[in-house]
Write a protein that binds this ligand. Structure first.
Ligand code: SAH
Length: 403
């Protein structure tokens, strides 16, 4: 398993593999000051890991020992999902990322975090636009065409989805456009046209048409197969996701007899990965498209002991508590805002023996752990994982058991 551990107390550099040359101080990115997407580019990777370890200890140390953060062996080009915003500058179409907290586009052709092939497909699309008399979309005037390009790639199966997001619906010569794109990148397995004319910071709009292929890609994680559509959430760092899910299943310590809840389950990944070791799994997720994907994913893996519900996890838990449902274990993996009080109170009422809490925000995780520890639980294990090298995000898996 490609991983790298570092201690908060001592940085024993001798026993650690050296970071790849490009990832020294400055990290080889000329744009990091302008872009702002990588908050920690001024640090070497070892320093970043120490910084994250300290952040995890500051937030979670009061609940117990924080294990050494698991870093990446090769912390570059790890992103399997890349999106670029399109705009117009000095008479030319540009593509890149929004400067942090603005709608000002910083032109980017190659990014240290992003999949190289995905980056090159985006550049190809940009270069093709003038030939088809297509321009970039102007958010202020509502005129023009291309607003974003989103590329998702499976590192395991090689499948690639390209989503062309336009601000206006008309896509003249789309068949020719797709044909040329495919001739330049034979690796592409699906092309989607998504329309988003709304004044919004969301990349994707409601309406989408599949122009080529199935409209989804499939990836393999922890030996299981997953279908990913344009809109559903999928972890963006597959190498570390396998580490994280492996930990979650390890923490769960399942014996085959348990009834398990996978809350905030996305496309059902954690539940499906754990399904061989449990009696029954229920997944709950708010995003209906993700739930549809989750059901397909269960079929793809011949997983018969799992069911999914499209619902707010908090409301679902209140109902489950009212119906006196019994769960032996709850996996919870909420978004950055953490869980809500409805969820946490009902979790305490349902009183599963174990809770595995995965979070991408140690601050809200600490808040939720405080509630759970006041209400019958103790934290047994705290394991940070570096899912997002060069950014300041810290992912952490915690195991809680009933006191
Ligand atoms: N466990 C999944 C997804 C984690 S991301 C994985 O590892 O891939 C968090 C998920 O919570 C997202 O899929 C999001 O759509 C979902 N979500 C956000 N708010 C929710 C809510 N109130 N109730 C249920 N699910 C919610």
């Amino acid at each position: 398993m490609a991983e790298k551990r570092i201690s908060s107390k001592k940085t024993n550099k001798k026993s650690l593999p050296l970071p790849p040359k490009k990832v020294g101080r400055g990290n080889g990115c000329a744009l990091y000051k302008k872009c702002g997407g990588c908050q920690l580019q001024n640090m070497s990777y070892d320093e970043q890991l120490s910084f994250k370890q300290v952040k995890a200890i500051k937030n979670l140390g009061r609940f117990g020992h924080v294990e050494e953060i698991i870093g990446m062996e090769n912390p570059v080009h790890y992103r399997n999902k890349v999106q670029a915003a399109f705009g117009w500058r000095n008479g030319r179409i540009i593509s890149g990322v929004y400067q942090s907290s603005t709608h000002n586009i910083i032109p980017v052709d190659e990014c240290l975090l992003e999949d190289k092939l995905a980056d090159s497909i985006i550049v190809t699309v940009r270069k093709m636009l003038p030939k088809y008399k297509l321009t970039s979309y102007n958010e202020d005037t509502g005129k023009g065409f291309l607003r974003h390009v989103l590329v998702k790639r499976s590192f395991h199966t090689g499948q690639i989805m390209v989503v062309l997001v336009s601000g206006t619906p008309l896509f003249p010569k789309k068949d020719e456009f797709v044909k040329e794109l495919l001739s330049k990148h034979e690796e592409i397995t699906s092309v989607i046209h998504n329309i988003n004319g709304a004044k919004t910071s969301l990349v994707l709009g409601e309406k989408e048409t599949v122009l080529y292929g199935d409209g989804y890609i499939e990836d393999i994680l922890c030996g299981k197969r997953f279908r990913i559509s344009a809109k559903s959430f999928y972890q963006i760092n597959p190498t570390q996701t396998e580490v994280l899910y492996g930990l979650a299943v390890d923490f769960a310590g399942l014996t085959g007899k348990e009834r398990v809840l996978d809350a905030y389950c996305g496309t059902g990944t954690i539940g499906i990965v754990a399904s061989d070791k449990a009696k029954e799994i229920i997944g709950v997720e708010l995003n209906e498209q993700a739930v549809r994907d989750a059901k397909v994913n269960a079929k793809l893996n011949n997983t018969e002991n799992i069911r999914f519900f499209a619902a707010d996890a908090g409301k679902f838990m209140v109902e489950a508590a009212r119906a006196k449902e019994k769960f032996d274990l709850v996996f919870m993996d909420p978004p950055r805002a953490g869980s809500d009080l409805n969820f946490l109170k009902s979790l305490v009422t349902l009183a599963p023996e174990k809770v595995v809490y995965i979070s991408c925000n140690v601050e809200t995780q600490a808040r939720d752990l405080t509630f759970l520890c006041k209400n019958g639980y103790r934290v047994k294990k705290i394991q940070p994982v570096d899912m997002f090298p060069h950014t300041n995000h810290v992912e952490c898996a915690c195991l809680l058991t009933r006191k």
